[in-house]
Design a protein around this ligand. Structure first.
Ligand SMILES: Nc1ncnc2c1ncn2[C@@H]1O[C@H](COP(=O)(O)OP(=O)(O)OP(=O)(O)O)[C@@H](O)[C@H]1O
Ligand SMILES: [Mg+2]
Length: 149
């Protein structure tokens, strides 16, 4: 987070957890509990939960496919009522981010993955950015306006 972003923050949190599937629901509920302080509608909260769920699941099943690791989720509420979320892993990384973000692209078809995770995040959030370095990890940054104005 840059100095400028810090000035914009009215609240901020960070959680870290092991990459076990049980922690997907933990992350979803934790982010939702954090976001609720701005009184978002239930629809907006549901959208955020879905997006967090997809990003955290990706970190667990793709990033840390062959190993256990730490997933870090950061959330920041900005003065303008926007929730900024970051979901990061230090897993295998993504070689071609543009390709990975295409609808129906998946590297795990045998596990019945549909390749729709990034599309879901893009549908439910106002913006989704993916930064990834093969062998180093992946960070997904998403934003969603919580209040009508
Ligand atoms: N954190 C990550 N680390 C490494 N690779 C990732 C990560 N997130 C996504 N990917 C890659 O991007 C592809 C597309 O991700 P996306 O979430 O859209 O689909 P999926 O996870 O394969 O299927 P679904 O989300 O529908 O179950 C994945 O198959 C995987 O190859
Ligand atoms: Mg996915």
């Amino acid at each position: 987070m840059t100095g400028e972003e810090k000035m914009d923050a009215v609240n901020k949190m960070k959680i870290m957890f092991l990459s076990i599937p049980e922690n997907e629901s933990f992350a979803r509920v934790a982010v939702s509990a954090f976001a609720v302080q701005l009184n978002p509608t239930l629809d907006i909260l549901a959208d955020i939960k879905t997006a967090v769920s997809e990003a955290v699941t990706n970190a667990i099943v793709h990033g840390y496919k062959d190993k256990m690791g730490i997933v870090e989720v950061e959330a920041m509420l900005r003065k303008d009522g926007v929730l900024c979320l970051s979901v990061a892993d230090e897993g295998c990384g993504i070689g071609d981010v543009e390709e990975a973000m295409q609808p129906f692209f998946t590297t795990q078809p045998e596990k019945e993955r549909s390749g729709m995770g990034f599309s879901v995040m893009q549908t439910f959030m106002d913006s989704v950015k993916v930064y990834s370095v093969p062998g180093e990890g992946t960070k997904v940054i998403m934003e969603k306006k919580l209040t009508e104005s």
